[in-house]
Design a protein around this ligand. Structure first.
Ligand code: CIR
Length: 267
């Protein structure tokens, strides 16, 4: 018997370093405030921990301003983990810093070797398939290499489009449960979620789409009251976490953690 897709007993996070003020951004809306980001990060970890999971917090990496966004460097699946290959030069070295922790926790570790690139922000793992968005960071070759690496673990990989101007596929969507996805209307319009239940973000609240389902909680960025209310009406237990500082670097709730289950199901 397998566990529900949103049931996790572990998460890995990395404390933001002071260098985070130099993180990548599509548009400059001013430097993030480190102290405020730390406070939001602590609230985020407390929410994860409150669900009973073990949270592993790695130390800051000052040489890598974007390293707080751990999701992009690895994909954790029930059968093992895959070390990814970021599509931007300043982030490539982050993988080597995550690798020892992943190797300690997982027996089976595989690696994207390139030349393609693929970042975790573009990967949405559903029970029957893994959807991967093509983006400026994730190439067809990267997706094809992932498909080869996880095929014998029983995963089908489907390449989909990321809307133009959007950093990652999951900037615009999240898993809510085994067959329900939270999506911006613009991403859903591409047809990639046909066959799933889809809940849309409310108008003007597209940035609410980068949420996570972690055990009983839906953790979403604060400040999107209409979408939060819509999710609560649908029966989800919503927790809102401040994201003003990560948002300046195009980051959100999913980017801040690697989430996985190590305990094997009985029988
Ligand atoms: C970057 O551009 O790589 C970071 N500033 C933001 C990464 C966000 N990660 C994610 O959506 N998974």
């Amino acid at each position: 018997m397998s566990h529900p897709i949103h049931q996790f007993d572990h998460a890995i996070t990395r404390r933001p370093g002071k260098s985070v003020v130099s993180g990548l951004r599509a548009e400059d809306t001013g430097p993030p405030d480190h102290a405020r980001m730390l406070a939001d990060h602590a609230a985020y970890m407390a929410a994860l921990r409150q669900t009973g999971a073990r949270i592993i917090e790695l130390p800051p990496l000052e040489d890598y301003p974007d390293s707080v966004f751990v999701e992009d460097v690895a994909l954790c699946l029930p059968q093992g983990a895959v070390l990814l290959r970021p599509g931007t030069a300043s982030r490539a070295g982050e993988v080597a810093h995550m690798a020892p922790t992943i190797r300690q926790l997982f027996e089976n570790v595989r690696e994207i070797r390139g030349p393609g690139t693929i970042e975790g922000g573009d990967i949405l793992t559903m029970p029957g398939e893994i959807l991967v968005g093509l983006s400026d960071r994730t190439s067809r070759e990267g997706i094809a290499e992932l498909a080869r690496l996880v095929g014998d673990w029983g995963h089908k990989v489907r390449a989909v489009e990321t809307p133009p101007g959007v950093l990652h596929f999951k900037t615009d969507c999240s898993l809510l449960d085994a067959d329900t996805i939270l999506s911006t209307p613009r991403l859903d319009a591409s047809g990639c979620f046909s066959g799933y239940n889809v809940i849309h973000t409310c108008e003007g609240e597209e940035a609410a789409a980068n949420a996570i389902r972690f055990n009983d909680l839906v953790i979403m960025p604060a400040g999107f009251a209409k979408t939060a209310a819509r999710l609560r009406r649908a029966g989800y237990d919503v927790r809102e976490i401040g994201n003003s500082e990560c948002a300046k670097l195009d980051g959100g709730m999913s980017c801040l953690s690697l989430r996985f289950r190590l305990e094997k199901p009985a029988g």
